[in-house]
Ligand binder design. Structure first.
Ligand code: NDP
Length: 424
């Protein structure tokens, strides 16, 4: 069954993705080039371009086999381990899909095994992931590209339900956005939901662990900055896997198709760029003093209070507006039937939750960047995340303007700031 035709182009228009499919992998390699064992791009106190990395293997059969083996192991565990069943949102064809949810179980098994064999019995050299980082990145690029080609080709099968975002007729645009909404293998292996949470997020946690292991084996100890980066990001990953059900209502699952943007994002971008801080710390271990440690923890706590406070307030309001914790909030009744909160967290900025999320991301980068403000590479995540959130805010704003019409204008007049109060 065909879906709605794409009316609105993002990502620099119908031909923009033809460039992006090359640019994004280049950014991943650029991070390795820009910061490696030998040198690191430095901005302050002196500008210093990195020298070309020595002895780097960008492809190996071993890394390719390891990556494919890892992906298949995660898929097998997802299929064989028990999991709850949950229904997704109503699709444009009036049906709902059933999802099997066991991401947290798969994670516990793999992460637990890596911890035990890597750090307790020391039978597994997890530092291998650091030594083979560029080749593993190449494996993920090849794999996600091949998967995207398969997804694009298979979306032409009879009866495929297409996403209104990737059904433009421009091949590069549709390849990037994803034509088919919910490609599946069998009844329960939903490729998009699986890639969003399982191999990518778990892979990110495992890579971080491998980088910590490398620091431990080369220096004989783990720096507190490495521990903090691992702990902060692990918490974020565990939270996402534990609350797997909530992904079923996100834009990625309900509206976007499954194409290169998500396949590459899940399998290559997330694990290989979000680990920049931990990779930086392997080569430049840093021990934070009490003041720096307190600062990092305070920034993380501030971000967390805003992020959880805002998201919790909205979730509570949407599920029960009479709950005593949200009943006092001022609201704007809309013609659509729902109300928009205009006080509390949501009275400060229209996406104050994004601001909290970004501050938490800043705290992830600080342990690596604080003592060596010299390089921009440890701050890659929060720079990238700022651009992602600005773009996402524009997308949500566009969707809300369509949903709420002139009520949205009234809301914007009442809540002036988009993300950062008094700034943006
Ligand atoms: P939001 O949680 O902000 O949801 C936006 C929706 O909330 C709107 O479409 C609208 O839908 C409703 N809404 C907006 N304003 C109000 C209001 N004043 N009162 C009541 N309802 C309102 O956006 P996302 O789903 O994009 O993000 C969810 C979380 O995920 C965020 O915290 C974000 O930071 C995080 N995130 C993380 C990413 C990552 O890569 N780490 C990527 C993207 C997001 P309606 O009115 O129909 O209910």
């Amino acid at each position: 069954m065909a879906g709605a035709k794409t009316q609105h182009f993002e990502f620099f228009g119908p031909h923009g993705p033809a460039v992006l499919v090359f640019v994004l992998p280049l950014v991943c390699y650029g991070l390795i080039y820009g910061c490696n064992k030998e040198s690191c791009l430095s901005l302050w106190p002196e500008f210093h371009l990195p020298s070309p990395p020595q002895n780097i293997t960008f492809y190996s059969h071993e890394a390719m086999l390891a990556f494919v083996g890892y992906f298949l192991t995660v898929a097998l565990l997802h299929v064989v381990l028990p999991g709850q069943r949950a229904e997704g949102v109503m699709l444009p064809n009036g049906k709902r899909l059933t999802y099997k949810l066991n991401a947290f179980r798969v994670f516990v098994l793999l992460y637990g095994a890596a911890l035990y064999f890597g750090f307790v019995t020391r039978q597994l050299d997890l530092g291998w992931m650091y030594d083979n980082f560029p080749a593993l990145l190449t494996a993920s690029v090849i794999f996600s590209t091949a998967l995207s080609v398969y997804l694009y080709a298979s979306s032409f099968k009879r009866g495929a339900l297409l996403s209104g975002h990737g059904n433009s007729g421009y091949p590069a645009y549709d390849f990037w956005m994803g034509r088919e909404l919910n490609p599946r293998i069998g009844a329960l292996l939903d490729l998009k939901e699986f890639c969003e949470l399982y191999p990518g997020m778990i892979g990110w946690a495992l890579l971080n662990l491998g980088l910590a292991h490398k620091q431990l084996t080369t220096t004989g100890s783990l720096s507190n900055s490495m521990l903090l980066v691992n702990a902060f990001q692990l918490y974020y990953i565990v939270d996402a896997l534990w609350n797997e059900r909530s992904i079923l209502t996100t834009m990625d699952i309900t509206t976007d198709g499954f194409g290169f943007m998500l396949a590459f994002g899940d399998l290559a971008w997330v694990p290989f760029t979000f680990t920049s801080c931990a990779r930086y710390l392997v080569d430049r271990p840093q021990h934070l003093g009490p003041a720096a440690l307190a600062l990092v923890l305070a920034v993380k706590a501030l971000g967390y209070v805003i992020f959880r406070g805002a998201n919790g307030q909205k979730d509570l309001f949407r599920s029960n507006p009479n709950d005593p914790r949200v009943k006092h909030l001022k609201t704007l009744k809309t013609e659509r039937g729902t109300s928009l909160i205009v006080s509390g967290w949501w009275g400060t900025a229209r996406h104050i939750n994004y601001f909290g999320d970004w501050i938490m991301g800043l705290a992830w980068c600080m342990p690596a960047g604080l003592t060596g403000l010299a390089s921009i590479v440890p701050y890659f995540y929060c720079l990238y995340f700022a651009s992602l959130l600005v773009h996402r805010e524009l997308r949500d704003e566009h969707a809300c303007r369509i949903k709420y019409g002139k009520d949205w204008d009234k809301y914007c007049a009442l809540v002036r700031w988009r993300i950062v109060p008094y700034v943006y």
